[in-house]
Design a protein around this ligand. Structure first.
Ligand SMILES: CC(C)(COP(=O)(O)OP(=O)(O)OC[C@H]1O[C@@H](n2cnc3c(N)ncnc32)[C@H](O)[C@@H]1OP(=O)(O)O)[C@@H](O)C(=O)NCCC(=O)NCCS
Length: 150
């Protein structure tokens, strides 16, 4: 059964394993400390979810309200690399977009991602605002994308 629930500190190793499964194609190993640091504040400062399939953690992702108060940023979303293409990313993204839609005052959802996954988010209506070649690391471009909630 597929479900999601709030992140707990005990999920840390499982989430880091999800990150590792997506290195080097989707994430650069140099991003790992930043993700670990995010996890250490996840659930306290900003909502973070884990996706479970038959009680095994297969995905994770969160969102945060930007300083402008109207933009909700999707943060650190990922699915176990071995399980891509089975609908889990859609499940995770729909859960995060539902959460973003009920943030008071939110008018848009923003994210940054690589050239490898921008097409996935385009499928949800996100449009590119900026593309930075090698923005994350050599060979991993940064796509800044936005979805209007209006
Ligand atoms: C992006 C990601 C979450 C997608 O997860 P997934 O489980 O493979 O996606 P799904 O199987 O739910 O796919 C949903 C739809 O998107 C499409 N899709 C999936 N990956 C895609 C991609 N990279 N480019 C374009 N379309 C894609 C699927 O074909 C499917 O289309 P359909 O509904 O018309 O059949 C996954 O590739 C991932 O975890 N990547 C590594 C982490 C990452 O780069 N995160 C980015 C932000 S930090």
């Amino acid at each position: 059964m597929l479900s999601h629930r709030p992140y707990l500190p005990a999920d840390r190793a499982a989430c880091l394993a999800l990150f590792d499964s997506n290195v080097p194609r989707f994430f650069d190993v140099a991003e790992r400390p930043g993700f670990a640091q995010y996890l250490d504040h996840a659930g306290m400062r900003w909502p973070y979810l884990v996706v479970e399939h038959d009680e095994r953690i297969v995905g994770c992702g969160g969102h945060a309200v930007e300083p402008d108060g109207v933009s909700v940023a999707l943060c650190w979303g990922m699915i176990d690399n071995a399980l891509h293409g089975q609908g889990l990313g859609r499940f995770l993204t729909e859960a995060r977009l539902a959460a973003a839609r009920v943030v008071p005052g939110a008018t848009r959802v923003v994210l940054n991602t690589s050239q490898h996954t921008q097409g996935f988010y385009a499928g949800f209506g996100f449009v590119p605002e900026a593309v930075t070649p090698d923005g994350y690391a050599p060979g991993i471009d940064r796509w800044d994308m936005v979805l209007s909630l209006d």
